[in-house]
Design a binder for this molecule. Structure first.
Ligand SMILES: *[C@@H]1O[C@H](CO)[C@@H](O)[C@H](O)[C@H]1NC(C)=O
Ligand SMILES: *[C@@H]1O[C@H](CO)[C@@H](O)[C@H](O)[C@H]1NC(C)=O
Ligand SMILES: *[C@@H]1O[C@H](CO)[C@@H](O)[C@H](O)[C@H]1NC(C)=O
Length: 355
């Protein structure tokens, strides 16, 4: 082999090696090949996590314009596209677990776990109940039944993560039922108490890793900011979220102390929302969202919501041209792009599941 060829050979070998290494780096960062495999995701909660559990005939998550970005048609998610569940699953390097209601239709996807979340669910009964009308307790009953039926083994549960998205609808209900300001701290205490009981119950079934969402700033949701033409968050309403999240942190700290060997982490949606708004404000024009408080899909009449039609089937909403430019999709839900922005701020916390 002449010198020239030798150099060329070594050079190509180097390139080849580099490419291989490059590929491996990309793989390990996208699939998170940590020392411990977490191969199943069990999801409990509400519309921030639901991927198709509500009835098609009654839920707007199954109506146009929901699902327009992904999968391209309404498919039971309360968004134009992907929701938190999808991003947490991809973080674990698995596909989105099957929605509980579709477990028999798509049985092969039960190997990624099950999504028991229903849009409208609360820790307690809510004024915006899902169809069927289930609480978090009922979602855990569904899980218990599958375990009793032998669908998941002890080792399956040992290598699984529970994602919990709850309590927003409980506060919506408290406010709608004209709950008093004085009664609020008692109510929060009872929500947190029941949530902790529920987490312990799932833990007792064999799940050891938990990601629990801290609720978003409710005063920043379009349903609240519409009063200021989407100009500012309502700090009075945000106090509800701050208060809940404070006590949630305390409850989660306690669970970690009482259960060495298990991990309970908080996914802080509150600060992820606020950081995204702040980043947008500090760098106007350079960021993806125009006014992050203005939703893509807006009703044109306060009697209706995004996705609803009048008795003649006429749409009572308008949807923006490009959902990617909106942080919020509708009155209360994130757009896919908004969810991705929030998820990117939660990734650091998710890594703690592997500790
Ligand atoms: C949902 O169930 C609870 C009791 O489990 C009941 O009090 C409530 O009225 C139900 N809501 C609807 C809309 O059926
Ligand atoms: C809500 O509660 C307040 C104070 O308890 C009371 O003054 C008010 O009339 C109530 N409103 C409704 C609609 O029940
Ligand atoms: C904030 O929300 C509270 C409670 O709903 C309401 O009374 C108040 O008028 C709101 N403030 C603004 C500026 O919208």
């Amino acid at each position: 082999m002449g010198n020239q060829w030798k150099h060329a050979f070594v050079f190509h070998l180097f390139i080849f090696f580099f490419l291989l290494t490059g590929v491996q780096l990309v793989q390990s960062s996208s699939h998170h090949h940590h020392h411990r495999l977490l191969s199943k995701l069990f999801v409990f909660g509400d519309s921030y996590a639901d991927t198709g559990n509500n009835q098609k005939s009654t839920s707007r998550s199954w109506k146009v314009p929901y699902g327009t970005t992904f999968p391209g048609e309404p498919a039971g998610r309360f968004s134009d596209g992907r929701v938190l569940t999808d991003y947490v699953a991809s973080f674990l390097g698995i596909e989105t677990p099957v929605a509980y209601r579709w477990r028999e239709v798509e049985a092969d996807r039960m190997r990624y776990g099950i999504n028991f979340a229903f849009g409208g669910t609360g820790v307690f009964d809510t004024v915006v109940p899902p169809d069927p009308n289930v609480t978090m307790t009922k979602q855990i009953d569904f899980f218990q039944q599958l375990i009793d039926d032998g669908v998941y083994s002890k080792s399956d549960l040992d290598s699984s993560v529970a994602l919990i998205s709850l309590a927003g609808n409980d506060y919506t209900t408290y406010v709608a039922m004209n709950g008093s300001a004085e009664g609020f701290s008692t109510f929060t205490a009872s929500v947190i108490n029941q949530l902790a009981i529920n987490l312990k119950r799932i833990h007792g079934m064999g799940v050891k890793k938990f990601a629990v969402i801290a609720i978003p700033p409710f005063g920043c949701l379009p349903q609240a900011t519409i009063l200021s033409s989407y100009q500012q968050c309502n700090e009075t309403i945000n106090k509800i979220s701050i208060y809940h999240n404070l006590f949630l942190q305390e409850a989660v700290d306690k669970l970690n102390n009482e259960n060495k060997g298990s991990t309970f982490i908080i996914l802080d949606l509150y600060n992820a929302f606020i950081s995204t708004f702040k980043r947008q404000k500090d760098h106007p024009g350079s960021m993806e969202f125009g006014n992050p408080l203005k939703p893509c899909c807006e009703s044109i009449n306060s009697k209706y919501l995004c996705g609803q039609t009048d008795e003649n089937g006429v749409p009572m909403y308008t949807a923006c041209e490009n959902p990617k430019s909106a942080f919020f999709w509708d009155e209360v839900h994130l757009s896919q792009e908004g969810c991705l922005a929030v998820y990117s701020l939660l990734e650091d916390s998710l890594h703690q599941l592997y500790l």
